[in-house]
Design a protein around this ligand. Sequence first.
Ligand code: DGL
Length: 263
Amino acid sequence: MNNKSKIGVFDSGLGGISVLYEIHKVMPNESIVYFGDSGNAPYGVKTKDEVVELSRRICDHLIEAEDVKAIVIACNTATSAAVDILRSQYSIPIIGMEPAIKPAIVGTEGVIVVLATEMTLKEEKFNKLLYSFEEAHRIIKLPAPNLVDIVENHMDDVEYVKQSISSYLDQIEAHVEGIVLGCTHFIFLKDFIDEYYDHKVEIFDGNFGTASQLKNVLHTLALLNDETFEGAISLLNSKDNHFVEKSKDMYQYLRKRAQDGSK
Ligand code: DGL
């Protein structure tokens, strides 16, 4: 392994493609291998031990078969369950996700909803972060387990997507000013959520923060790639080739969205 080695990125499925996209934007000359574990998604309804074991298997693969120089857990759920254990077991840097609570608190004055999986919201990691803010009382936790399956399997059924999002957001009676997307899958639902609130909420995610953190860590360890040409991206998925194709489409969707100037 050296500074020209790939960066490994993994998620329970397709959601982490949004993190991959951000990493490539921040460090275009890095080569990245992405592993989506769609064959085992969703992680949020599994036990913590199961998520640790699945994460460990993926890290072993990325290190042994791909010789990666760092691993990004592009999944809030796997980060809450496994990041400390993985860091204690591997010598390469492991970067996790963190829900963007701080920017949401700074950027709004009213109620903020954190939309994430059940596991993320109940794990100690999230609650420690949440209660480190004096303004934690402004935050409502909203578990949305079905939305992961929707992003994996049902994005073509627009009516179903809209109905499912409404069924969660309708539960909030307060006037909402900010939404924190505490699950990387939900980035793909951003436009629907924005529409639900008639474009009147601020939506936050932790992807840029994670990509920047990765860059800082690689810089500190002298592991940044110094090539000047664009790095390669390889996509792997534990389910089947159809999901590799879907991963490509989702990556292209994010590129197009950015070109169109969506917020
Ligand atoms: N992308 C994962 C996350 O950020 C989804 C978890 C799941 O598979 O339930 O939490």
